[in-house]
Write a protein that binds this ligand. Sequence first.
Ligand SMILES: [Zn+2]
Ligand SMILES: [Zn+2]
Length: 461
Amino acid sequence: MTTKCRTFIDVFSQHSEVTGSSILLIIKLSNGDIVKGMIDCGTFQEMEYQDENTKFIIEPKQVDFLCLTHDHIDHMGRIPLLVNRGYKKKIYCTNNTAVLLPYTLHDNFKIMKDRCKRKNQKCWYSIEDVTNAEKLVDKKSYYETFEVHPKIKITFLENGHLLGAAMILLQIEDEENINLLFTGDYNNQNVFFDVNPIPQWIKDLPITIFAESTYGDRTTEEVLSEMDKTFKENILEAVSENKNILIPSFALGRSQEVLYHIKEIQSQKKLEDYKIYLDGSLAIVYTELLRSGMVENLKYEMQDFLPKNFSYVVNGRMREDIINSRGHKIIVTTSGMAQYGPAKVYIPEFLSRMNAIIHFTGYCAEGTYGRKLKDESEYNENIKFTTEFSAHAKKDTLLSLIKEFSDVKGLLINHGNKEVKNKFKTYLKEKTSIKEINILEKKLGYRINAYGIIKELNTIF
Ligand SMILES: [Zn+2]
Ligand SMILES: [Zn+2]
């Protein structure tokens, strides 16, 4: 009975784990029309999947629309390559993502060029592909429903993961209606802006959800218990021992959040004789964007989040001077995983000759310099990390999000390590009454109609 619907969507994913996010939708309408869309077009960062970076599971020329959840490389980094291979349609994103995207694309172009040069490879795409991609951007406000086809509507929902981040609601209005929700990377809160509740009309829709699962194996409490001390406690302890402090941080969001916490510590009359620096060109650009008033929805108190005694590090000469200066200092620097950027210059200096701590503030992927150092923190008391700044909801918060919807027809888990996705599936089966819960990955596609997930599809990729 349920398989007789003439409207359905076949969904496929190019990514099997955390990075390289890209979901392909092949939408079959009752009149026989076929519409092909993509949710995200991200770079693969895990070593294991590097070969995927130059491949697509569909001919880019055939794609009718691309919709972005947010401005992180693992969700948008391969857009210029998609354009290089013939994609000419629109790229839909939120207003704030449209502000941030050009900076991230240009920075990513430099990283790609350096990397190809180092490996003696031809560049994957050119700077023209980056500028052509920028021209395709069509920005939308949250809750502004727009059409990508006369029978297909999209709405961006608020999401605390990152400035500009969205959950995506896709609605097909045909003989039978189909509603899909893509969480993207999700968080229910953000230090810089408020996240308003999901409107009731959306929560009442019969819906199939695509849920991320980065922390699908742990609750908020369990993640917090993984650290001995908070960021503030570690900083105050280092200060009491007269130590310098190096803080590798992600350029967008995390660096600014860390600076805000330093400002808060200062307000308690601490760190009086410490100079504070931010190093990393993209982190500086984002900091200025946040202060410029160009981005929407910032909390009032976040208009001025920078600490006292603060400077940007604007060139290599200044960096040298800071390293060699005698005074106390806190340096917030990119990249967060210490794989690129000025962090790589500071770390050897801080490790070898300074009375200092190195404090990581986020996830470090397997195989990165940051991960190596974090692993050393067990026996090196000058290497610290915290799990309190995560931009991803943990499994208990993801469950609360899912439970907000009253009529979930099916759920597909993505954006997680293989083992984590399986654990999250078991957890959701226990905690919800959703009939179909499955894992979306490269080898496993699904057909979805108005009644939910109706069958598995073998993929040929
Ligand atoms: Zn993200
Ligand atoms: Zn992601």
